[in-house]
Design a protein around this ligand. Structure first.
Ligand code: PNS
Length: 160
């Protein structure tokens, strides 16, 4: 069974993430969305909330699971018996950072491959931080995050 892991912060999940998850679910027998728990960085949503939002919008993909992980991605891969890291590439500017991470992960465990999917063109400008900024200043986030998540983003920002 080919198990892939799609790691990230997902604070919150965007339509760009969902596009990669949907396409990734067709490539792997099982795709695990791994939400990195970063104790040094306070995000908008806490980790159980991020997981719940992702589960809500991926429920229709029966081979997609969502879990949190702490520490090294490569250790999480081992624990989940996964062999492929799935990453989305938006723009040339993503390349250097992703290249470095892929090489580091390969150094840590040469058995693990990193596979990149080009983000669909309509989401190439999209990021969780841009979504948060737009929502914070009252802009519209329709089309940027899944419809089922829009109200959660606005109410979370208002509650701050
Ligand atoms: O959505 P993000 O914040 O760009 O995702 C970054 C993520 C979670 C993929 C990356 O920070 C990560 O894999 N962190 C785990 C720590 C790790 O394994 N580091 C070694 C590779 S450089």
């Amino acid at each position: 069974m080919k198990i892939g892991v799609y790691p990230g912060s997902f604070d919150p999940i965007t339509n760009g993430h969902l596009d990669i998850i949907e396409r990734g679910s067709k490539v792997f027998d099982k795709l695990i969305v791994g939400v990195l728990v970063n104790v040094d960085k306070k995000g908008l949503f806490d980790y159980p909330e991020r997981v719940e939002l992702i589960q809500r919008v991926t429920a229709k993909y029966k081979n997609v699971e969502v879990r949190c992980f702490e520490g090294l991605l490569i250790d999480f891969m081992k624990k989940e018996e996964a062999s492929v890291i799935l990453k989305g590439l938006r723009a040339f500017s993503d390349f250097e950072y992703e290249f470095q991470m892929a090489l580091m992960n390969n150094k840590l465990d040469p058995e693990v491959e990193t596979v990149f999917m080009m983000t669909s063109a309509q989401y190439s400008y999209l990021s969780s931080s841009a979504v948060k900024q737009v929502a914070k200043f009252g802009g519209r986030i329709e089309g940027l995050v899944p419809d089922e998540v829009i109200d959660d983003v606005y109410s979370k920002i208002l509650s701050l």
